[in-house]
Design a protein around this ligand. Structure first.
Ligand code: NAD
Length: 500
């Protein structure tokens, strides 16, 4: 075992901090840290991150296996539920520390981290602490030839060790969205945070200990994806199920890894989400909702809108109003409470988004707004900022209109009929989310049934009761999580048939 205990592994201090693994209830380091974690808002190194090799991943999986047989495996739903509430309380108690870590790792505005990421991180534990107390199963009485009958009833049992592989855009929120239901159902987990955002998953280890989660129930292995920690974890034969959020391409690799041993997967993947704005909508609300759905988190939200279809009579005014609202975005220091547009996650991701900005130009787009890299004063001059960008005029076949960009940008297209827009929206390999802006409720219901996505918003965006099914169709995912749907993934249903 190439590990050693670290005293204070996860705290950002004046000097360069180190972010380590969390295995069997304690911080564990590799021989040395192997990569830098940079603040996307300045480009400065905020921490050095350890990378789990195959042996360390195995240590984490074995710790998780042992923990299944320990006190965790014997606890009642009520006891686990009470501990999960303590985890939620622990996040809330150390709220500022989580916010600071998330802002340093992602560059997202402090207003977003403190209103969305960290509160939802805590809420996920409370939601599933409730859910497990009301999870029911089915019972059937059946006839038998002797007339006595038999009773069939189902019981839920934990799947076992769950691998949780996470993206960087909403690190704590999306990680706890998986960890909370997995633990509520009695599983143990090994989490692989994104290499871009290692810190809050490690911090959560300390909260788990304080809340009384037994050692080995929650483990974190830091590292990269292919040929590294992510692959070692998802290929590990003693992982019983894999839940993943990230790019569709990575989802394919994980599904292939899971096929060995026929392990179940839950995949929340990419999108190229469309909004449909009808002339009869409340335009103020449509502009406000589209602004959020295009530019929130600098466009790095899986549910975000990158294709906007606007009914022709209001097309020009919609484009002008969205442009003027976007000009009002304040880019800069994420720790300034008035900032609402942070940087992209990395230099590499900015290069990718810029390549789409260049392609839009080359394909003849009309650039309504943006299209370049802004000049900011130090220290933000070293950050990975990019201009909010709006295009019109591209055909549906354009790569910019078809591929997920994951940046603060959208293309706006006029349409003339409901049929036309429905066909255009459905003409995508992805099927994650859509937003319909209309005051014609009949139309809203009709279109909701017709658009091939996992979630439809009518006159809203990002609003959702956490008990509802969440996931994507087509290449946007496999399976649904949320409420009882999470119980379906994180438990096996076993039928017991009792001859009476
Ligand atoms: P990514 O797929 O590049 O990485 C996600 C995680 O997978 C990281 O932890 C990475 O290290 C790991 N990984 C990469 N290759 C791997 C491999 N071969 N085996 C095992 N693990 C591997 O995604 P990202 O760039 O972090 O996140 C952005 C993407 O996530 C976007 O496509 C976005 O749409 C999607 N996303 C989807 C949802 C959803 O709910 N549908 C939510 C958020 C983000």
């Amino acid at each position: 075992m190439t590990s050693a205990a670290l005293a204070a592994p996860t705290v950002h201090t004046g000097k360069t901090a180190e972010v380590a693994h969390f295995i069997d209830g304690r911080a564990v380091s590799s021989a040395k840290p192997s990569f830098e974690n940079r603040n996307p808002a300045t480009g400065e190194v905020v921490s050095l991150v350890h990378e789990a090799d195959a042996a360390l991943v195995d240590d984490a999986v074995q710790a998780a296996r042992r923990a299944l047989k320990g006190p965790w495996g014997k606890m009642s739903d009520q006891e686990r539920s009470a501990i999960l509430r303590k985890v939620a309380d622990g996040i809330t108690r150390r709220f500022d520390e989580f916010v600071r870590a998330e802002v340093l790792d992602t560059g997202k505005p402090v207003s977003l981290a403190s209103h969305l990421d960290i509160p939802r991180g805590a809420a996920n534990f409370n939601v599933f602490a409730d859910q497990i107390l009301t999870a029911s199963t089915e019972t059937f009485r059946m006839a038998t030839p002797d007339g006595a009958g038999a009773l069939n009833y189902a019981i839920r049992v934990p799947r076992g060790v769950i691998a949780v592989v996470c993206p960087w855009n909403l690190p704590l929120l999306l990680m706890t969205w998986k960890v909370a239901p997995a633990l509520a159902c009695g599983n143990t987990v090994v989490v692989k945070p994104s290499e871009e955002t290692p810190t809050t998953a490690a911090l959560l280890g300390q909260i788990m200990n304080e809340a009384g989660i037994p050692p080995g129930v929650y483990n974190v292995v830091q590292g990269l994806g292919p040929n590294s920690t992510g692959e070692f974890l998802t290929r590990h034969p003693e992982v019983d199920g894999i839940t993943f959020t990230g790019e569709t391409r990575t989802g394919e690799a994980i599904m292939a890894a899971a096929s060995k041993g026929v392990r179940p997967v839950s995949l929340e993947l990419g999108g190229k989400n469309a909004a449909m704005v009808f002339a009869d909508c409340d335009l103020d609300k449509a502009i406000e909702g589209t602004m959020r759905s295009v530019f929130a988190n600098c466009g790095q939200v899986c549910l975000g809108t990158e294709r906007v279809y606007v009914e022709r009579p209001i097309f020009d005014s919609f484009v002008e109003r969205l442009k003027s609202a976007a000009q009002g975005l304040k880019m800069g220091d994420p720790f300034d409470k008035t900032t609402n547009l942070g940087p992209l996650i990395s230099a590499e991701h900015r290069n990718k988004v810029m390549s789409y900005y260049e392609r839009a130009k080359a394909e003849g787009a009309r650039i309504v707004l943006g299209g370049g890299i802004p000049k900011l004063a130090a220290p933000q001059s070293g950050g990975y900022f990019i201009e909010p960008t709006i295009w019109t005029g591209l055909p549906e076949t354009s790569t910019v209109v078809r591929e997920e960009i994951f940046g603060p940008c959208c293309h706006i297209t006029p349409f003339d009929s409901e049929d036309e827009v429905a066909d255009r929206v459905n003409d995508s390999p992805y099927g994650l989310a859509t937003a319909i802006w209309t005051n014609n409720l009949t139309r809203a219901h009709r279109l909701s049934a017709r658009i091939d996505v996992g979630i439809v918003w009518v006159n809203s965006w990002f609003l959702r009761d956490l008990r509802t099914p969440f996931g994507g169709s087509k290449q946007s995912g496999v399976g649904r999580e949320g409420g009882v749907h999470s119980m379906e993934f994180y438990t096996e249903l076993r039928n017991v048939c009792v001859k009476l």
